[in-house]
Write a protein that binds this ligand. Sequence first.
Ligand code: ADP
Length: 470
Amino acid sequence: MNIVHISAECYPAAKAGGLADVVGALPKYQNMLGHKASVIMPFYHNKFRSSNTFKNIFSGYARMAHATYIFNVLVPEKIELGYDLFMIDIPGLFDRENIYSYADDTERFITFQIATANWLCAWESKIDVVHCHDQHTGFIPFMLSKIWDYRKFENTPTVFTIHNGEYQGQFTFDKLHFLPPFHSFFNGLVEWRGLINPLASAIKCAWKVTTVSPGYMEEISNFMSGLEDLLKAEREKCVGILNGIDTEVWNPETDPMLDFNYGLENADEGKQAAKDKLCKQFNLDPEKPLFAFIGRLVKEKGADILPDAIYNALTKFENKLNVLILGSGEHFIEQGLLNLEGPFRGSYSSFIGYNEKLSHEIYAGADFLLMPSRVEPCGLNQLYALRYGTVPIVRRTGGLNDTVIDIGDGGFGICHVHSSTADVMQSIKRALKFYDLKQKFPKNRKLMMQIDHSWNKAASEYVELYKSMK
Ligand code: ADP
């Protein structure tokens, strides 16, 4: 099958979170199954751009509102990703470093979608499925099925994956003309509760809608920041498919970001070496268990309770543990975490920012990974933690609930019910006890490392879904 993925993020070209990891791996695994999967994304002026060379394979123009943007389609040269990566270069809108958070994001991503659809019209090969990811590509299913310019695709199946239902991209009707012209009869297909909503439009217009775990699919049918009724109405075409991880990128035996690679045989030595390095770098004690958090510092991730929970844990458990944080996000959370550095020097440290290499080193060197998320569509961090032999401590929600079984239930992780200081404290208490079980703890580490969360299974599930639309 000829499968085209469209996304705002794709690792290693541009990453803000799990979306990039998924779009950077799923097509590779689909190609391994004998299909022809490719990715279309914007061309940002980031590090990937400055450290690679690109070939221009197409030039065209995209009209958005009253502006006309010239765009080029670039492909990276001399880099083997396992799939074709097509990057849409739109000067004036995407020649900036960051992926999101600009005042004109609506204009940027609508133009990206128009340019993408215009370019797809020029393809000679037949496309079997267009697979769109998150709200930045949410108008594509509508455009391909209802807009005259793209009528070539009216019978082309579209799949839309919700990686995060909290971000919907809605805007007011005075910007309706940002979209290519269409009959007002179809206004209802882009609207939800008085606003234009790309996520709602995708749920209405895509042939199939998926989310990144079965648990999250159940949850958003009950609550998705206003879209739950729509999802309920469209439930029959929706399915939850659990994300996999790219076991070629995330493999402690070969990971080039680690100084000391390790597998099952030398897991204890490997993890200790990674921990020693982190403890030296962050002034922590390698004799004590290391608890870590990696992620966006936002309420959705439960990061707002971390300063309080860590303060209480380090006070109550008499400095029996180390804590290391890697993340960036809301200012008050960043500040709350930085404020702990003075009082708990030697047992606590934080790195506020984004650092891919450090994240790999922490998955390897930590003993426990904290994930007190309020919302977690799938969560990849716990899957990376398992692969690197680190015990995930998770709140029972969404994909965390689908992938982590508590040690009390014969499993390998630690689960709690609420995103609260009390629950996190209780879990840390249990973790400290578990760490002291000198035989069970290393045995559990090896058990976790053997759990298979590779993309093989999920890639086939997506292909079956595509086939069901034929
Ligand atoms: P999200 O909701 O942020 O997409 P996921 O668990 O699906 O959450 O994916 C998060 C991804 O982003 C993981 O690969 C994680 O390691 C990475 N990540 C998050 N924050 C950082 C950071 N500050 N530095 C490096 N990697 C990070």
